[in-house]
Design a protein around this ligand. Structure first.
Ligand SMILES: Nc1ncnc2c1ncn2[C@@H]1O[C@H](COP(=O)(O)OP(=O)(O)OP(=O)(O)O)[C@@H](O)[C@H]1O
Length: 814
């Protein structure tokens, strides 16, 4: 923002909704006439550098005239004596993913999350430590009359005096401090004291040592402090963890993860960081070193990428095996492993010493779900030479993490090999699509809507999105890449963002927001996706990036210019050894309890965060809670890459498999076929397609388990055959949906729920009218068109009906 702009805001204390580099004033500072949004300021010199892309319009109430040179717009304004009119970027205004009312009220994303938390839609992740401790009941002694005689000789103390003594004990400051030193927190102290008092007052007889202490305190004025030893013994019976708190804290100390990898710590590793933007040849360079090494491992972020390296290495005369969670392929055979492997990062063993290891897309360290796998690979890779490839933003954190080990990081910087330009305009209409275009959206329904429109006008498309089986993705990518294939356009989610080499000429963002909260996508993400255009050595050597809607171009420019912030924290996850040690110290605790206690007392330094994968592990551990399984088996099952989320059917599938496992019966392909009522039928809509994809995902889970429990998951080959069959069904279903059926998948439930009521203040209503106006510009296959007032009313009517439906759904849910 310009200096003068800051002054402007300081004068007027206006608050902002920050949209990347484009800062808009709070909606209350925009006023609307019926069909336009006016900026309620005397001038608009405040607009930030990216403002040249904001559409400046002025004129009458119905027309939208655009100034070619917005920098001079204020001059026009001064001559015209009219307030300037600005249309909001349509990503914000048109996109219902970003709840309009929240934008209008200036409420933050945090506020949205709070709403979700308060509705229990998002689970709170970590519990208070004390909430997790289940006290063991310590009952007062109740002995038979004849046994009591043995203890006679020590005088009974008057219970009233005992109460007094206990009260003094409880209220003494030094006692509290002593308790704290033994890890007895205030809250535990209260619980323990109540139980201890009951024990002292109700035990018949009270054990003689304790009786003597009470007697001495009452008769001879001894200090109540003498009770502490008995209190502590009682506390440790109630809360066994108090006896090993030091050990538990030390096991859950995650501040020095480099010490978890003894083999890597015996090697003086040479670390080379290939840093640069996408398509700068980083991976290519690292792969040259990989090929020339005597032995090596390549760790990629995706199965597809690992498989690509596996194929490429073998084709280039470097024998290489493939190891992913659910697949193994060999240059020779499984009895003769070769010295090079390509694997997914999760599969890298820290107990295998090789000459050289490549860790691709190292910036994934910051990923909330999978980041811990990169941290593990970075610290645990047992090789003489480590090659890291990724964004420059990861260099400082990598150096910081490796510093305590004394490892120096040599940084090699790269420039993008081919040109990538941000277009001067948006695509405006699907009719302007060209061969080599890739439309990127973040919603499956939009993918199919878009493909249907394109196919209707004779444009053949490939489709790629995250849930699509890897094999289907590969086939779709191959069709798009093949110059002899009629498929010329790709419609995809951000699933293309990493590693895949695709023959893309232009990346076209359908929108720049991402479900479920409708956040604007981060600059790093935008650049990563945009970088797929114009790959070096591909069919298109120059790439271009644009948005579908003209109005979103300003945001895109801002994102492409935004510097990428250095990574501040990386993911971390405890290993089996730590969980095992915990369970050794807390033999009576359940596995769920062990994980929860671990999470609550774990110490993590500022450079790390506990991976969200830990939450998934916790979720699966709750599903397995009632089943009797050895610790290691339970732990392995909990690591299964299966995001059960809130899906009952996914949970039931897992339970069926576990029950059979516990019953000692092998989990055969036949059993799986029965579970799914195989053969599966062709789907006709998005819901049915999702079910087919879920089935494919479960087959992947089977394959994953078959490598861990080969004696029980006995028929991986048959499952692979079923996957091939299922892949055909999925491809055919996609075709059916595109050509015949209307998708029936509703918009994200969460988004609907986010459109919660906000008090209808005058300010909000004004803003609402203003925003609705912007919905008038809608993208259609025929291009940008202006809507008439009648259409606007019809649109408003529809919106209001939708709101009622949403509110009814909300009520039902609540
Ligand atoms: N020196 C080179 N000679 C031939 N081809 C190259 C060379 N450098 C890069 N390439 C090719 O250019 C494409 C992009 O290179 P590469 O994948 O190494 O880039 P990158 O910087 O790792 O990008 P990303 O981070 O997006 O994966 C690949 O197809 C690669 O094979």
């Amino acid at each position: 923002m310009f200096k003068k702009d800051e002054d402007f805001f300081q004068d007027r204390t206006i608050s902002f909704i920050k949209l990347s580099q484009l800062s808009l004033p709070k909606m209350s500072n925009w006023v609307s006439c019926k069909s336009k949004i006016l900026l309620n300021t005397p001038n608009f010199s405040w607009l930030p550098a990216t403002s040249q892309t904001v559409k400046f319009v002025h004129g009458d109430r119905t027309g939208f005239k655009q100034y070619g040179d917005p920098d001079n717009a204020h001059k026009s304004d001064s001559t015209n004596h009219r307030k300037p009119l600005i249309s909001l970027p349509s990503t914000i205004a048109r996109n219902r993913q970003y709840p309009a009312r929240l934008i209008r009220s200036g409420r933050s994303r945090e506020a949205m999350l709070q709403t979700l938390f308060s509705r229990n839609l998002v689970e709170s992740t970590s519990k208070n430590f004390e909430d997790l401790l289940v006290p063991v009941k310590v009952d007062p002694i109740q002995m038979e009359e004849d046994v009591k005689i043995e203890f006679e000789g020590v005088e009974d103390v008057d219970p009233k005096l005992m109460v007094e003594v206990l009260e003094n004990f409880r209220n003494k400051e030094i006692i509290r401090e002593l308790a704290k030193e033994h890890d007895i927190t205030e809250r535990l102290f209260g619980n323990i004291f109540r139980s201890f008092r009951d024990y002292c007052l109700k035990s018949k007889p009270l054990d003689p040592d304790l009786k003597v202490i009470f007697s001495d305190i009452v008769k001879y004025g001894h200090s109540v402090d003498q009770l502490f030893v008995f209190f502590l013994t009682h506390a440790r019976k109630m809360y066994p963890h108090l006896e090993c708190m030091k050990e538990l804290k030390s096991i859950s100390d995650l501040t020095q993860p480099h010490n978890w990898y003894p083999l890597a710590r015996t090697i003086q590793r040479k670390v080379i960081f290939h840093a640069g933007p996408t398509n700068s040849g980083k991976t290519h360079e690292a792969l040259q070193a990989f090929k020339n090494a005597k032995s090596g491992a390549f760790c990629g972020p995706l199965r597809l990428l690992a498989a690509e390296v596996f194929r490429r290495m073998n084709a280039e005369g470097c024998p290489c095996d493939l190891v992913t969670g659910d697949d193994r392929q060999y240059a020779i055979d499984n009895m003769n492993p070769v010295s090079h492997i390509a694997c997914t990062v999760e599969m890298l063993s820290s107990e295998m010493h090789v000459d050289l290891i490549v860790i691709d897309e190292i910036q994934m360290l910051r990923d909330t779900q999978r980041g811990s796998s990169w941290t593990r690979a970075l610290l645990g890779a047992a090789a003489d030479e480590i090659h890291l490839c990724g964004e420059k933003a990861a260099v400082p954190i990598v150096k910081k993490i490796l510093d305590p080990i004394g490892e120096h990081v040599e940084v090699k910087e790269y420039e993008r090999k081919s040109k990538l330009v941000v277009s001067t305009h948006g695509l405006r209409a699907l009719t302007n699509i060209q061969p080599g275009d890739c439309i990127v959206t973040f919603n499956k329904k939009t993918i199919f809507d878009t493909v249907r429109k394109l196919e209707k006008s004779g444009v053949k498309c490939s489709v790629i999105y995250g849930d699509l089986p890897a094999a289907t993705k590969r086939l779709q990518a191959e069709s798009f890449n093949d110059p002899n294939d009629p498929t010329k356009v790709l419609v995809s989610t951000d699933a293309i963002g990493m590693g895949l080499n695709l023959n893309i000429k232009r990346i076209i963002f359908e929108r720049l927001t991402k479900p479920p909260f409708g956040d604007l996508i981060a600059a790093t993400h935008v650049k990563q996706i945009a970088g797929r255009a114009g790959r070096f050595a591909s069919q298109y050597t120059e790439g271009e990036v644009m948005t579908l809607n003209e109005d979103d171009m300003c945001i895109l420019r801002g994102k492409m210019e935004e510097p990428i912030e250095d990574i501040a924290q990386v993911g971390i996850m405890p290993g089996f050894e730590q969980v095992e040690l915990f369970s050794h110290h807390l033999p009576k605790a359940t596995f769920v309890n062990i994980l929860e206690i671990f999470q609550s007392i774990a110490t993590i330094s500022g450079d790390f965060f506990l991976s969200e994968a830990f939450q998934n592990m916790l979720k699966i551990s709750k599903v397995l809670h009632n089943y009797d399984l050895p610790l290691k088996t339970r732990y392995t099952f909990c690591l299964v890459p299966y995001n059960i989320g809130k899906s009952n059917s996914k949970e039931n599938l897992l339970v069926s498999v576990i029950e059979r496992y516990i019953g000692g019966q092998p989990i055969t392909a036949n059993f799986i076929a029965t579970l799914f009522r195989w053969p599966l039928k062709l789907g006709k809509n998005l819901d049915q397609l999702t079910k087919l994809e879920d089935a494919y995902e479960f087959f992947d889970v089977y394959l994953w388990l078959s490598y861990r429990f080969p004696d029980m998951f006995t028929e991986p080959e048959k499952i692979r055959d079923m996957q091939i069959e299922l892949n055909k069904i999925i491809l055919e279903t996609i075709r059916v949906i595109i050509f015949q059926d209307e998708p029936k998948c509703d918009d994200e439930l969460l988004n609907n729920l986010l459109n919660e009521e906000i008090p209808e203040t005058e300010e909000n209503i004004t803003d609402e009218i203003a925003l609705e106006e912007d919905f008038r510009i809608e993208f259609e296959a025929g291009g940008v068109k202006e809507t008439t007032d009648v259409e606007v009313e019809a649109h408003e009517e529809k919106e209001s009906q939708e709101t009622n439906t949403i509110q009814n759904e909300e009520k039902k849910l609540i």
